[in-house]
Write a protein that binds this ligand. Structure first.
Ligand SMILES: Cc1ncc(COP(=O)(O)O)c(C=O)c1O
Length: 396
């Protein structure tokens, strides 16, 4: 079996804990299961440090606003992003939902990238709960929507036929473009277009800190002109649960009411927020800086994959965060999806677990728990899988 996780940072920390705690029953589970799980960065397990912080968290009733650990997390998130306030929510989807509930009136409209999480993967929450329509604008291969396309999508508020454009959304990093980070200059340019029309800008930053690290731009600069943002703790930052919404005090007050409405008011939730506080620490004590390792591993994975006969549609130079998307080249007469199915079955049989993605692609994400050695093992397995699936000539 390939890829047993015996040497990762979490395992080393667990061994240290066991050594230094005589007779203790400390037995944290492994950072990852016994295979190379590249399906998503959501599969990460909390670090030993997070588990300790969670066990020891001071808590209170957060619906009354008196959970000190949640309050500290919200303040830390606001400080990092340069916003007035933060709100801890259960998920990225809930973060985006309460953000549009706070920004958009019923009958309002949201401009968002056509292939964005909001439009494809949030169960139509903007329509079902907020009563808003969405106007999808195509995004380019760099993840950005053209400013003129955004301008053209803004409705005429004087025309009673039209919904009222009330929010522009950016996804940073942008998943469909293979995790491209959107720069501070671009974000500010979009904000300027929105603000000219009195419209707010919200950033869906499920992987916002991957953008921060890839661009080398501090979080507060990247969001300088955005009105609000959601970022996830439960993806590359390796927390078990949660996201934070940030913005002005007024906006966060409306988002807090919206969170209550959707049943997201939680009580002694400092036990979850404690992991987030660990993740958002500065330097190597936190989980932000570490994302650079995921980016290096993703680039190496992409370079190796792109060099294999049978892999197509992958330019490794475009891999700048933790996202790798690629296709497999079918045999003559073979349907592309059949080729993908055959390849995935063989790769999985060798202990590597990627996931099917839009446009017939395969997605592999790097994250905490995936180390350089796992990438090399995954590449060897990919070469073997292509041969076994009949998609590459068998090497002597
Ligand atoms: C771009 C983007 N936004 C939002 C979300 C939603 O996050 P969650 O799964 O925590 O609801 C995701 C999840 O993968 C995402 O990729």
């Amino acid at each position: 079996m390939l890829g047993r996780y015996t040497t990762g940072p979490a395992e080393r920390e667990i061994s240290r804990l066991r050594r230094n705690t005589p007779g203790s029953r400390v037995a944290y589970p492994r950072a990852m299961p016994d295979h190379i799980d590249l399906r998503s960065d959501t599969v990460t397990r909390p670090t030993p440090e997070m588990r300790r912080a969670m066990a020891e968290a001071e808590v209170g009733d957060d619906v009354f606003g008196d959970d000190p650990t949640v309050n500290a997390l919200q303040e830390r998130a606001a400080e990092l992003t340069g916003k007035q306030a933060g709100l801890f929510v259960a998920s990225g989807t809930m973060g985006n939902l309460v953000a549009h509930m706070a920004h958009v009136p019923r009958g309002g409209e949201i401009i968002a990238a056509a292939e964005s999480h909001l439009i494809l993967d949030e169960a139509g929450g903007h329509a079902v709960v907020s009563g808003a329509t969405a106007w999808p604008v195509p995004a380019g291969s760099d993840g950005s929507m053209d400013l003129d396309d955004i301008r053209a999508a803004i409705r005429d508020p004087g025309d009673p036929h039209q919904p009222i454009t009330s929010l522009v959304m950016l996804e940073n990093t942008h998943s469909m473009s293979m995790g491209q980070p959107l720069s501070a200059a671009y974000t500010s340019a979009v904000a300027a277009v929105a603000h000219e029309h009195g419209i707010a800008l919200h950033v869906d930053g499920a992987r916002f800190f991957n953008a921060v690290v890839a661009l080398g731009t501090p979080a507060h600069e990247l969001l300088a002109d955005a009105d609000s943002a959601t970022f996830c703790l439960s993806k590359g930052l390796a927390c078990p649960v949660g996201s934070v919404v940030v913005g002005s005090k007024d906006f966060i007050w409306r988002a807090r009411r919206a969170r209550k409405l959707v049943g997201g008011g939680m009580r002694q939730v400092g036990v979850l927020a404690a992991a987030g506080l660990v993740a958002l620490r500065d330097g190597p004590a936190g989980m932000i800086e570490r994302l650079a390792e995921d980016h290096v591993n993703a680039r190496r994975l992409a370079e190796g994959l792109a060099g294999l006969p049978g892999i197509t549609g992958l330019d490794p130079a475009r891999v700048v965060t933790n996202y790798v998307l690629f296709s497999v080249r079918p045999r003559p007469g073979q349907a592309p999806l059949d080729a993908r199915t055959a390849f995935l079955a063989e790769w999985r049989a060798r202990g590597v677990d990627p996931i099917e993605y839009s446009h017939g692609q395969v997605r592999a994400l790097t994250h905490y728990g995936i180390e350089a050695s796992h990438v090399e093992q995954a590449l060897v397995a990919a070469g073997q899988a292509l041969e076994a699936a009949g998609l590459a000539p068998i090497r002597a």
